[in-house]
Design a protein. Structure first.
Length: 583
């Protein structure tokens, strides 16, 4: 095959023999042209085109915008020309009066440096004018872009919420679902780790250039640009998307434009695209399916909420106490799909299954420095949580019953920050101790596991369940008193369920030690999957025996070999029924 190469700088196009085509470039895959500068007129025109298509052709986006009557934010930043300075705009805080005001939201990382914020001391001043020169670069560029898009109002959290007024902060924080879903567009400073880094980027390498090819009497033009590593929604080059607050801002927004280090990315409830049209990324299914909307069935709603929480717990919070406020907009929106109670991140209609959360890696998980949630809530730990896969009916009132549940909000909103909470539950229990087991296998590999030694096993360490801890508990062996050696009889029975600790004949140097401060624990069986012969237990530590108050510290799952094994241990685990309070 014959060919001829054309080069400009580091760009190379090779045209091969294409005798059957009139134009030699038709075999080259066509890609979208990037703006090069995400603050250029070309970039603004691209955003306008996306907005036009979305506003006029996307039915789902229109339905999301009118899902409910959205209240306007208490304050907006109003933008107008500065008559005295052509290089800046005049901005001030206003209380919107008209319901049909169109505004834009800014989603950004605050960073570590202090920047201008609305406070009680400057609120009256900002109603007259906000000093343009004191605004960080991201704010200036977002305000400028909003005005270029023909919109006169923008919502910026640090300016539109009085930051040293707790009541104002809680009130506006409880309206995040209205604020972001009601916005015409959200500008996401996705590439920037602080408010000083700006919205726009000028990348000449991504600017297309034109090359010409002359073939006989014909002349063709081709526009080319250097290839670049395409941005992804879970990329380290988009630090904004690793923030917990931004998780809900992105979910609640009908339309989002991401400003990345190379190009613009567009998300709405019907479409995800970018300037170069080569978006081969991780797009959460909830956006592809039409925004924040669960499945129709109750099981689908439960699974959907668990998926949201699991992803949310991977995000970063600057302040640990914000665990509920940073998700309250999403929680409020979920309630619109079914009126139900909400208790510390668990729902009344699915609280039995919601209790079955566990931590993905207890070694990387800890309790917050200050109390923020009851121990039965996934928010009581800092780390990624998940739920077991459900194939059968996981809950049966004959196993355990929720007697009552309550939470005490720190403010007026049950979806926001909490000051207390308790859950009253009745179920079958077994006493025991938390045991740290170590041994050396036949290859000389040191193995260890944390277990619940239950019932008779509490004294003899014969039958124990492997426990998934909710948070990291220090396990230095030298601090534990020794536990009696394990029994060696009946080695083969129920080995998947009951860890015998004889560990077969090849195990050496086996050691079992009780974990200090966990010598008196309670295991309550709370769920059963009859299809897979699995039992689930809450691991509870007594904090007040006179009031029967316990604290959750883990979860254990028992896997049976067969239905026969399952029934052989029913009496053992249902020996005692108790009603306790988990705090």
């Amino acid at each position: 095959m014959s060919g001829e190469a054309y080069t400009e700088s580091s760009i190379q196009i090779k045209q091969c023999g294409l005798t059957n085509l009139a134009c030699p470039y038709r075999s080259i895959t066509r890609k979208g042209a990037t703006s090069g500068n995400t603050g250029s007129d070309r970039a603004v025109s691209r955003i306008k085109d996306w907005l036009q298509v979305c506003s006029t052709k996307h039915a789902q986006c229109g339905r999301m915008s009118h899902l409910q009557a959205f209240d306007l934010p208490a304050r907006l930043v109003e933008i107008s020309p500065d008559v005295n300075h052509s290089d800046r705009l005049h901005v001030k805080l206003v209380a919107p009066m008209l319901k049909d005001i169109r505004y834009i939201c800014l989603s950004h990382c605050w960073g570590h440096r202090t920047f201008i914020q609305t406070q009680k001391s400057n609120l009256s001043q900002f109603v007259e004018a906000i000093p343009w020169h004191e605004l960080p670069r991201t704010f200036q560029e977002a305000i400028s872009l909003t005005f270029r898009l023909g919109i006169s109002y923008i919502w910026i959290d640090s300016l539109c919420i009085c930051q040293d007024d707790t009541a104002d902060w809680r009130h506006e924080g409880s309206r995040m679902d209205s604020i972001f879903t009601g916005a015409y567009l959200t500008l996401a400073a996705s590439r920037s780790a602080s408010a000083e880094e700006g919205l726009f980027v000028d990348s000449f390498a991504n600017t297309s250039r034109m090359l010409q090819w002359n073939g006989g009497r014909a002349k063709w033009d081709v526009h080319v640009r250097e290839s670049f590593a395409h941005e992804t929604f879970d990329s380290s080059s988009m630090p904004l998307l690793h923030r917990a607050w931004v998780f809900q801002e992105r979910l609640l927004s009908v339309r989002v434009v991401h400003f990345t280090s190379t190009e613009l990315l567009w998300e709405c409830t019907e479409e995800t695209t970018c300037e170069c049209t080569k978006l081969c990324q991780h797009v959460p299914p909830r956006r592809r399916k039409g925004g924040l909307k669960p499945e129709e069935s109750l099981l689908g709603e439960q699974t959907y909420w668990h998926e949201l929480v699991q992803e949310y717990t991977t995000k970063q919070l600057s302040y640990e106490k914000d665990i509920f406020p940073a998700l309250q907009g999403v929680a409020r929106r979920m309630r619109t799909f079914g009126d139900q109670g909400y208790y510390a991140g668990l729902w009344a209609s699915s609280i039995c299954r919601d209790l079955l959360w566990y931590t993905k890696d207890s070694r990387q998980t800890r309790r917050p420095q200050n109390w923020r949630a009851p121990s039965w809530s996934w928010a009581s730990v800092i780390g990624e949580v998940a739920w077991p896969e459900v194939r059968g009916e996981w809950w049966n009132d004959r196993i355990a019953t929720i007697v009552s549940v309550s939470t005490m909000p720190a403010g007026a909103d049950a979806f926001g920050e909490l000051s207390g909470g308790s859950l009253r539950i009745k179920g079958r229990c077994a006493h025991g101790a938390l045991v740290y087991h170590t041994h050396e296998d036949d290859r000389g590999v040191h193995c260890s596991v944390v277990c619940l030694a239950l019932g008779v096993a509490h004294e003899q360490n014969a039958n124990t369940l492997v426990c998934e801890l909710d948070y990291d508990i220090a396990l230095p062996e030298q601090q534990f008193p020794p536990v009696k050696p394990a029994r060696t009889s009946d080695q083969s029975t129920h080995r998947d369920l009951l860890l015998k600790y004889e560990c077969a004949a090849t195990c050496r140097h086996a050691s079992n030690r009780r974990v200090r401060n966990f010598e008196n624990i309670l295991a309550m069986r709370v769920a059963r999957d009859p299809l897979t012969h699995v039992d689930v237990f809450l691991a509870l530590k007594c904090v007040d025996g006179s009031r029967q108050e316990y604290e959750r510290f883990g979860i254990a799952m028992a896997y049976y070999n067969s239905r026969t094994d399952y029934h052989e241990h029913v009496d053992y685990f249902e020996s005692e029924s108790r009603e306790i309070t988990i705090i």
